[in-house]
Design a binder for this molecule. Structure first.
Ligand code: ADP
Ligand code: MG
Length: 483
């Protein structure tokens, strides 16, 4: 089978031009070697408005690429699409098809016409659209009605609905936090949509903290701060995604704090999201942290099996594919980390269906997803663990690897060993060697100790407060998988 070249076939229009420019910028950002290896034929890029969608071949690669390349991709996108540019990752079925195993699985593969214009969503082709309708779409904001409720997100959804019903009245600010791919952006977009519909007269502003930072930097540079401030301090509702971006950026925090204060002074609604609890954003100024804590701080947890199964069912019902309930059970069992993975897996099954036109059975699902998994690299490496732990506890790598036994160092080191054991393929002895030339029995005892502490629900000090170890580990693990 000859799959369509991933980068070919995109519409020869403005977004095509932008995609090419993003590619050029990206090559520059990551260097030609990385570019050839990871991007050249292995990703698709699609621009729609200010959003760049990066298509990758599988749910496994998705986590990896996000972790490794989110930053350079975002910079490249911003240089081409402007400061508000955002990036999302998606499993692109056209790339999935390129994997040799799957080609064999797919007797009808050749019937997939290679010349068809690729579609920028990376989803399999739907029936032809009426002539004149553009293939390049503007991504619609997610809807609260499409958000599947479960134990882990019930409070967050309820709060989001309340904010959308009565902005500025009850819950203010609303702060949503949790790991990657758990629906924070979905909820924020959902609030935006509902507000626009219900209160068309309100000025609602939605953006990422990174875009805020970019606008600010640009305003500083162009000496247009008054205009910038006027714009941000006069909205009725301010929705800011991923405020963890502001973590160690003092000057921008200061500006953001003033914006928040001004808005709160006038009872304007604010909703923020982040990857962790405000108190764990230890480099946030105390005043900003206090503001974040003043309303409702709400955790979005990973979905349990029941919730995953319902999400998968909900999403599968919208696909043009027949997927057996047992295959859906399998997906919900197999992909536990977050909802993006579930979507990625479903995308692959949908592609398989579109090529074979036969219901996807449990055994087909097992095979398709196992092939993909085998093709993918290990996701977490020791250096990633080191980086996450050092960043979290504010340590230097040398300290972590030193012989210091003070708890402020030995405990993070112990957690690093535990995480390395759990998330990398390294052997005990390699882990010991990496973290300061220790032997394998040190790693084994670190692992046991962490397990025991977890079992007891022990709390450990982080940023001069006590935190349950379980929550600390969960935050670190999400960072490992998200980058
Ligand atoms: P986050 O911002 O927390 O990283 P997103 O909001 O981007 O996560 O969610 C990732 C994907 O999963 C999105 O496509 C989103 O629509 C979907 N999603 C997440 N949670 C749910 C849910 N509870 N119900 C339906 N879709 C969900
Ligand atoms: Mg998000």
């Amino acid at each position: 089978m000859r799959p369509p070249a991933p980068s070919a076939g995109l519409m020869p229009n403005r977004s095509h031009h932008e995609e090419t420019s993003v590619r050029d910028e990206l090559r520059h950002e990551v260097g030609p070697r990385n570019f050839d290896h990871w991007f050249h034929k292995n990703t698709t890029l699609a621009v729609s408005g200010e959003e760049l969608t990066v298509g990758v071949a599988s749910p496994f690669l998705l986590s990896w690429m996000q972790k490794k390349f989110r930053r350079p991709i975002t910079s490249a996108a911003q240089r081409v699409l402007g400061p508000a540019a955002s990036v999302r990752f998606e499993v692109d079925s056209r790339l999935t098809l390129a994997s040799p195993q799957n080609a064999e699985d797919s007797p009808n593969a050749d019937s997939a016409p290679a010349s068809r214009p690729a579609n920028p969503t990376g989803r399999p082709q739907k029936p032809p659209k009426p002539a004149g309708e553009k293939t390049a779409r503007r991504r619609r904001f997610a809807d609260l009605a499409d958000f599947v409720e479960g134990e882990g997100n019930r409070l967050a959804v309820t709060a989001a609905r309340q904010v959308a019903e009565a902005p500025g009245e009850k819950i203010n600010p609303l702060f949503l936090y949790g790991g990657v791919g758990l629906g924070k952006t979905h909820l924020l977009e959902g609030i935006y949509r509902r507000l626009r519909r219900q209160y068309p007269a309100l000025q609602v502003m939605y953006l990422t903290a990174e875009a805020f930072a970019n606008y600010f930097t640009r305003a500083l540079r162009d000496r247009t701060l008054p205009g910038f401030r006027h714009r941000f301090r006069n909205v009725d509702v301010l929705l800011v995604d991923d405020v963890d971006f502001l973590h160690s950026k003092r000057v921008i925090q200061e500006e953001f704090l003033h914006t928040v204060k001004q808005l709160e002074g006038h009872d304007r609604q604010i909703v923020l999201t982040a990857d962790r609890h405000p108190r764990l954003l230890s480099k946030l100024s105390d005043e900003l942290t206090t503001r974040c804590l003043a309303g409702l701080v709400c955790r979005v947890e990973p979905p349990d099996f029941e919730a995953r199964r319902r999400i998968v069912g909900h999403k599968a019902a919208r696909l043009e594919a027949e997927i057996a309930p047992q295959a859906l059970d399998f997906v919900a069992h197999r992909f536990r980390n977050n909802v993006r993975e579930l979507e990625g897996a479903l995308n692959c099954l949908e592609t398989h269906y579109s090529m074979n036109r036969q219901p996807v059975t449990l055994s087909a699902a097992r095979r398709i997803l196992a092939d993909l998994e085998r093709d993918c690299i290990r996701i977490v490496q020791m250096a990633d663990v080191e980086q996450a732990v050092c960043g979290f506890f504010g340590l230097q790598p040398q300290e972590l690897k030193s012989s210091r036994r003070h708890r402020s160092v030995s405990r993070p080191r112990m957690l690093a060993m535990f995480l390395a054991r759990k998330h990398t393929q390294a052997a005990y002895s390699e882990i010991g060697a990496y973290f300061g030339g220790r032997n394998h029995s040190t790693v084994i005892s670190a692992e046991r100790k962490v397990e025991a502490l977890l079992k007891d629900g022990t709390a450990i000090p982080v940023a001069s407060r006590s935190w349950p170890l379980g929550e600390v580990l969960e935050t670190l693990e999400h960072q490992l998988h998200a980058g």
